[in-house]
Design a protein around this ligand. Structure first.
Ligand code: PMP
Length: 424
């Protein structure tokens, strides 16, 4: 496969952007080699600057659930653009999207729109602190909630494969209120509440951990979090930036039937445009300015183009109730193949989300995820890439399916997955 143009562009980008990229995982740091530069995407396929075509399982890290350049979304964006790109004033579209979100995720009674998942979680935590009058939060090792200072502690995703999991440039004092628990390890949460009763504002969790590879909540874990937060007067925040509109129309909270106090969204909620949302119980959200004393603002928040893409995406999802079972079936067939061809690897799945770990023992938390053989993953990844299958360039990310993946795509992917296993 010729990737000369990508190599040239990457070299030049190295002078312009740190590591040649605008988000670390894109640099292929943990798998080596040169990232391919994407020129365009359509349906389930992406095309690079050298004209190579790939079946895409990165899916812009989740937003494009309907497939790339899905016509009704593109049309909605085109139409919105003609009326101006941003006003910095309230619009009818924000209200329309907000109402659709509440319809799909009833626990989000009141919400605020922002421009990224990072902002959504950062702001939800500020609201939780403002509402409870408490400072401490519990986060889980290996869960990623964006790059705000207080949350860059044992964060997953790109931060997991970097040389240091905790970022330089974050003063220790900024993370002193961030308490760490183990995902799927109830006793670690209990200990923290025992140690700091009355001081914990919120527990923030990815209801399905998808930034240390895919780690599903063990049965009862989310119910346990609901129960313990209620008992101690803390809030439960589900970071559904990945799982929102992906596990089900109502997100992981619908899938697992556990209702959080606050929810954060991103990715699909903006249909591929920059968008984040945080929201929940009305009495909590009423602490946010200008109504309450928790300040939070944004020049481009509720942007007309992003809300147009979000509305078109959410409406399309609401019109296709069978979509989620169909995505899950697609995931099932790929998971089945992976289990067959990589009998020694661990394949984790929750709904349509899945990932393969080159690890000997079941991966159920951060510690077991870290035992994976990242070199083996790199080899497997590069075989797939060179044969037209674009997956995440990191052991600790997951695969995303879209409505656009066809049986032909899946058959070809399975064929290459088998070949890759033989060539490991
Ligand atoms: N929360 C979760 C669960 C995420 O996966 C991500 C990003 N992948 C974020 C928050 C941060 O979102 P963003 O990159 O839009 O800031």
């Amino acid at each position: 496969m010729n990737t000369e143009e990508s190599k040239k562009l990457f070299k030049e980008s190295g002078n312009c952007f740190p590591g040649g990229v605008n988000s670390p995982v894109r640099a292929f740091g943990s798998v080596g080699g040169t990232p391919v530069f994407i020129k365009k995407a359509e349906g389930s396929h992406i095309f690079d600057e050298d004209g190579n075509e790939y079946i895409d399982y990165v899916n812009s890290w989740g937003p494009c659930i309907l497939g790339h350049a899905y016509k009704p979304v593109v049309e909605a964006v085109r139409e919105a653009c003609l009326s101006g790109l941003s006003y910095g004033a309230p619009t009818r579209r924000e209200l329309e999207l907000g109402k659709l979100i509440t319809e799909c995720i009833p626990s989000m009674e009141m919400m605020r729109m922002v421009s990224s998942g990072t902002e959504a979680v950062m702001s939800a935590i500020r609201a939780a602190r403002g509402f409870t009058g408490r400072d401490k939060i519990i986060k889980f090792k290996g869960c990623y909630h964006g790059h705000s200072d207080g949350l860059l502690v044992k964060a997953g995703s790109g931060a997991l494969t970097g040389s240091a999991p905790d970022s330089a440039g974050v003063p220790a004092s900024y993370t002193k209120h961030t308490l760490l628990a183990g995902y799927n390890q109830e006793d670690t949460v209990e200990e923290l509440f025992f140690q700091y009763p009355g001081e914990i504002a919120a527990v923030v969790v990815e209801p399905v951990a998808a930034n240390m590879g895919l780690v599903a909540p063990k049965p009862g874990f989310l119910e346990f979090l609901r129960d313990i937060t209620t008992r101690y007067g803390a809030l439960l925040i589900f970071d559904e930036v990945i799982t929102g509109f992906r596990m089900a129309l109502g997100g992981a909270q619908e899938y697992y039937k556990v209702k959080p106090d606050l929810t954060t969204l991103g990715k699909i909620a903006g249909g591929g445009m920059p968008m984040g949302v945080y929201g929940g119980r009305k009495e909590i959200m009423e602490v946010v300015s200008p109504l309450g004393k928790v300040y939070q603002a944004g020049t481009l928040s509720g942007n007309p183009i992003a809300t147009a893409a979000g509305i078109a995406t959410v409406k399309a999802l609401m019109e296709r109730p069978d979509l989620y079972s169909s995505l899950e079936k697609k995931a099932d067939t790929l998971v089945q193949t992976l289990k067959e061809v990589l009998p020694k690897a661990q394949v984790n799945q929750a709904g349509s989300l899945f990932s393969v770990f080159f690890a000997e023992h079941p991966v159920v938390d951060y510690e077991s995820a870290l035992k994976s053989d990242t070199r083996m993953y790199a080899k497997y990844f590069h075989y797939l890439l060179e044969h037209g299958i674009y997956t995440a360039p990191s052991q600790f990310e997951i695969l995303f399916l879209s409505a656009a993946h066809t049986q032909e795509d899946l058959d070809e992917t399975k064929r290459i997955m088998k070949e890759a296993a033989v060539n490991l």
